[in-house]
Design a protein around this ligand. Structure first.
Ligand SMILES: [Zn+2]
Length: 352
């Protein structure tokens, strides 16, 4: 197994991890933080204790407490275990990474300002749009059409696994913002020979999470695109903030075109406040890079106003975001919210 990304993000105070090349028969993964030191009976500094911080069937994970833990630890290491459904006791494979190994202090100010500039583009709704990264599954629950010999599905048109052989077909779709650079028309003579080939969009996307050449993008503008080429500039081992994608439209007969994009869009269904916490419930609240912002106002009196950011996060999951803090306006009949997840805007009004 290889850890392909371990990217600390100071703005969201989180760390994004992703990995690949998991053994076949992997069902899910466990993510551990490795901390120096151990029990009182052992010599401190010589051993590491593994603290389980998450379990996922996806091949990515965000540690939203990375910087808090880093303050205590100085250098944090992570371990990913691949587990099969049969031999749960022992991992099939394991990979370890120290995110700070890739950190280059002299590059940091340059990257931070470039990232900020890129984010201005990705946050602007006139300049950018939302896409969902569909990464074909190579691990997880087998579909009925799975072929052990081939390690994927027997039926390329299977609507349950989209030909991958794994239930659902894709890992949890990651929402990203993209900006179109320009559209390139194919030359006419080529167009005539292959009626499927139409515009080839050239798209700029944030370089984290990394989008690969085997991924698909679900967009409202183009429908489903296949990523043909992904270019990221790397300076001394550090990826620059944006990636340039060359994407092509899928053949219209491809089963992947039937992937329901509306089923993966973030939806907020409720906002409640407790004594010290504020909970947002919904669907597809997938927070990969930790960049979360929540703005709340009341409708009747605009005097009640509150904002919550990554530093206020207590926990995240696809159906629940819990923040530290409260909002007095929650007792009023309607609350207006604007939530940004990975720069994707979700807004509306909750009536109590
Ligand atoms: Zn199938």
């Amino acid at each position: 197994m290889i850890i392909t990304e371990a990217v600390p993000d100071i703005t969201s105070r989180s760390l994004f991890l992703s990995w690949g090349s998991a053994p076949p028969d992997t069902l899910m993964f466990r993510v551990y933080r490795l901390k120096r030191g151990a029990g009182a009976d052992e010599v401190a500094g010589l051993t590491e204790k593994a603290v389980l911080i998450g379990e996922t069937t996806d091949t990515f994970f965000s540690d939203i407490f990375y910087f808090d833990e880093l303050d205590e630890e100085g250098d944090l290491r992570y371990r990913i275990d691949a587990l099969s459904q049969i031999t749960e006791a022992r991992p099939l494979d394991t990979a370890v990474i120290s995110p700070l190994d890739n950190y280059t202090p002299e590059l940091a100010p340059f990257i931070n300002s470039a990232e900020m500039a890129a984010n201005i583009v990705f946050r602007n709704r006139k300049w950018s749009d939302t896409a969902y990264v569909l990464r074909p599954r190579t691990t997880g629950k087998h579909c009925g059409c799975y072929s052990p010999d081939r390690g994927r599905g027997k039926d390329p048109d299977c609507e349950k696994c989209y030909g991958t052989g794994f239930a659902g077909g894709f890992y949890t779709p990651i929402p990203v913002r993209y900006s179109e650079i320009r559209r390139e028309k194919l030359r006419r003579e080529i167009d005539e020979q292959s009626p499927q080939a139409r515009d080839i969009p050239l798209l700029a996307v944030p370089s984290t999470p990394q989008i690969r050449e085997t991924d698909f993008l679900a967009t409202n503008v183009y429908g489903i695109l296949s990523v043909a080429k992904a270019d990221t500039t790397i300076v001394r081992g550090v990826r620059m903030p944006t990636t340039l994608l060359t994407a092509v439209k899928l053949n219209k007969n491809s089963v992947i075109n039937r992937f329901p994009i509306t089923a993966v869009s973030p939806v907020v269904t409720g906002i409640t406040t407790g004594q010290n916490t504020l909970t947002v419930t919904g669907r597809n609240l997938v927070n990969v890079s930790g960049t979360i912002q929540l703005y709340l106002t009341t409708l009747d009196s605009l005097s009640e106003y509150a904002t919550f950011g990554p530093a206020d996060l207590i926990s995240t999951s696809a159906d629940r975001l819990v923040f530290r803090g409260t909002f007095k306006g929650c007792t009023s009949p309607s609350v207006k919210y604007m939530l940004f997840i990975n720069n994707i805007p979700v807004e509306g009004i909750i009536h109590s």
